[in-house]
Design a protein around this ligand. Structure first.
Ligand code: GLY
Length: 371
């Protein structure tokens, strides 16, 4: 596409805003979202964690995640320079195992990471408690993964929105009801563009027939807590845990906040916070970091991850004039830099970043060839 081309980005979460920011300046970009900088990105824990999200058989997701993590410091520095601090935390991550079965799960992960040449150190429960004061005395084993980072999603979204706007991106607060070739149809009117990029998270599935089976909503609930003056401060690092076979995480934010996440359900487009979800999160968190029960409960929220069946996103050309950047599963925040760089390269006919090929939507386009 020539540099005077017009691009319509559908979706203003972390992926849509990152793509819009990267493309603005190169192209004339309009972003459509009824409520930009919200949705799943607003609710997310913000872990940038390819290693602790890894699992045997999901090598493509690990490699793509690591490629994006390498880009994160530069991405954050550019945002800081162009707009505001996006809240990248380099404090690292630990994983805690509460019982024998959880410790076995952790050992499978550690063996997989070691086999793949990744740095992750198994430590005793006692050592983990010296690294993270306040961890439950019942924690049996731990894994230290200093390379897995986190970002303050709300600072990031504000920074991306400001940076994209400063580069000339025009934001239209309207719902897109239909996308066909180079057309974005909103409730108000029809907009034409040379290229449309579908980055509407789980709702991308509703916008294009090729995405109906490829992307699905995967509900998650989170809690935000805040330490009180009398309570133990939150951990400095991200704490992930297996608790009776169920995963959870505690991600610290500046100012004594702690994000607890997340439930995971197949519930269609339901975004209700349930009492059961809140109970599960609090019960699991208390088994890992007992002081959470003394914290102030600040927020309970639910949102929809954009899941894909192989946990790898879809990044690339779908159709004439239509590209997709969706299906980021549990890793939208992590994968924002590599996704934005990939879409920029694809539109400019340049080589895409390493490992992005595994994310090409052609794997879902049965019987159709897409460049
Ligand atoms: N990235 C963690 C989650 O999706 O819950």
């Amino acid at each position: 596409m020539t540099s005077d081309g017009r691009v319509a980005v559908v979706g203003g979460g972390v992926i849509g805003l990152s793509v819009a920011w990267r493309l603005s300046g190169e192209y004339a970009v309009t972003l459509f979202d009824p409520v930009p900088a919200r949705g799943a990105s607003w609710v997310a824990g913000g872990m940038l964690a390819p290693a602790t999200e890894a699992w045997p058989g999901e090598e493509s997701a690990l490699e793509l995640g690591e490629e994006s993590l390498r880009r994160w410091p530069g991405f954050a520095a550019e945002l800081r320079h162009e707009a505001s601090d996006p809240g990248l935390s380099t404090a690292g991550t630990v994983v805690a195992a509460a019982d024998r079965a959880d410790a076995e799960h952790l050992e499978v992960l550690a063996a997989y990471l070691h086999g793949a040449g990744r740095h992750a150190e198994i430590v005793s429960g006692r050592t983990l408690r010296t690294m993270v004061p306040g961890l439950a005395t019942s924690v049996r084993r731990g894994l230290s993964v200093p390379g897995d980072l986190a970002v303050d999603t709300r600072k990031l979204l504000g920074s991306l929105r400001a940076a994209a706007t400063r580069r000339g991106c025009h934001i239209v607060c309207e719902e897109v009801t239909e996308v066909a070739a180079d057309r974005v149809v909103t409730a108000a009117r029809e907009h034409t563009a040379d290229v449309v990029v579908l980055a509407a998270g789980a709702r991308s599935a509703l916008l294009h027939p090729q995405l109906r089976e490829a992307v699905r909503p995967l509900k998650g609930e989170i809690l935000r807590l805040r330490a009180r003056r009398s309570s133990l401060p939150p951990p400095d690092v991200t704490v992930r845990a297996m608790v009776e076979g169920r995963p959870m995480y505690l991600v610290p934010r500046e100012g004594g906040e702690l994000v607890l996440g997340a439930t995971q359900y197949e519930a269609g487009y339901d975004e209700t916070v349930t009492a059961g979800g809140v109970r599960d999160l609090l019960e699991r968190a208390e088994q890992v970091f007992p002081s959470v029960v003394e914290y102030e409960l600040v927020e309970a929220a639910a949102a929809l991850r954009a899941a894909s069946s192989d946990t790898v996103p879809l990044i690339g050309r779908l159709d004439d004039g239509v590209y997709v950047a969706s299906g980021h599963h549990r890793n939208g925040l992590l994968l924002a830099p590599v996704t934005a760089d990939a879409v920029l390269a694809q539109l400019g006919g340049l080589p895409v970043p390493a490992h992005v090929d595994a994310a090409h939507p052609r794997r879902y386009l049965a019987g159709r060839e897409s460049a």
